[in-house]
Ligand binder design. Structure first.
Ligand SMILES: [Zn+2]
Length: 257
């Protein structure tokens, strides 16, 4: 099994300027076809830039390179768009799900609370990161809810799609935000998406982390300390991270380090 680590949306902070980040999306080659974990913005977003991206451009430097679209990267890897059978979403903000329309054959897997937050009226400022047209083509969804299962002691929902993969509710950044853990064959990868600033080895004030990312950072830091064998990633990694192109390169590189 190969898991490709793709940057599907570069977003560089104006200050501090060393925060040059890419949005991490995972492309899993499974027996059940390709599985994409988050998509980044889609080609439609490059053709007609949503207002939320325009707003982002005030605070950050966004190159808006359409070659970063998941669809373009999937094709460059030698696959067809229709080979993507499943899209698993951490949440439905524009920078994580805008590529849904580019993969019309895919089933979309998402926590039901996130879907309801997406389609319902905005209740908080982060809800303005939802762009309704991303599901205007009425894709096929499968919704998940808490089921009493656990993964590594954390409440988790098993995903019935070809490989060992769990959806882990980490609500806060958005109302149905989840992490995703994957048995990569080389080790467990726990993608906590936008629930923690782990991709940035920076001290960020706790109040800011809680405001933007939700309440889980202390618990996830403890989890990382307790499980050094599990590789944790976040939704927005420093660009250097993407020198690893696959999960096995990542695990090999870190074991060699
Ligand atoms: Zn987000």
């Amino acid at each position: 099994m190969t898991i490709h680590l793709m940057n599907c949306f570069t977003c560089n902070a104006r200050y501090p300027s060393r925060w040059r980040t890419g949005t991490l999306c995972l492309l899993v080659e499974s027996d059940d076809g390709l599985i994409l974990v988050d998509t980044g913005p889609g080609l439609g977003d490059y053709a007609r830039i949503p207002a939320i991206i325009r707003t982002f451009q005030i605070a950050t430097k966004v190159p808006l390179d359409r070659e970063e679209a998941a669809l373009r990267q999937v094709v460059r890897l030698g696959f067809k768009p229709e080979d993507v059978r499943h899209i698993v979403l951490t949440h439905m903000h524009f920078d994580h799900c805008g590529g849904i329309p580019d993969f019309p054959n895919a089933t979309i897997h998402v926590h039901e609370d996130e879907y309801h937050a997406f389609v319902g009226p905005p209740r908080r400022w982060t809800d303005f990161a939802y762009v309704r047209r991303h599901i205007a083509h009425d894709p096929h969804f499968v919704f998940y809810a808490d089921c009493g299962d656990t993964w590594c002691g954390i409440p988790a929902i098993p995903l019935p799609i070809g490989i060992e993969m769990w959806m882990i509710p980490l609500f806060g950044h958005s109302r149905g935000h989840c992490g995703i853990s994957i048995n990569t064959g080389s080790g467990w990868l726990f993608h906590v998406a936008d629930a923690a600033p782990l991709g940035l080895d920076e001290e960020i004030p706790a109040w800011l982390t809680t405001l933007v990312l939700g309440p889980h950072t202390p618990r996830l830091s403890q989890f990382r300390a307790d499980h050094p064998d599990i590789r944790m990633t976040t939704g927005h990694m420093l660009l250097d991270f993407f020198s690893y192109r696959t999960a096995s390169e990542l695990f090999d590189g870190e074991r060699a380090a």
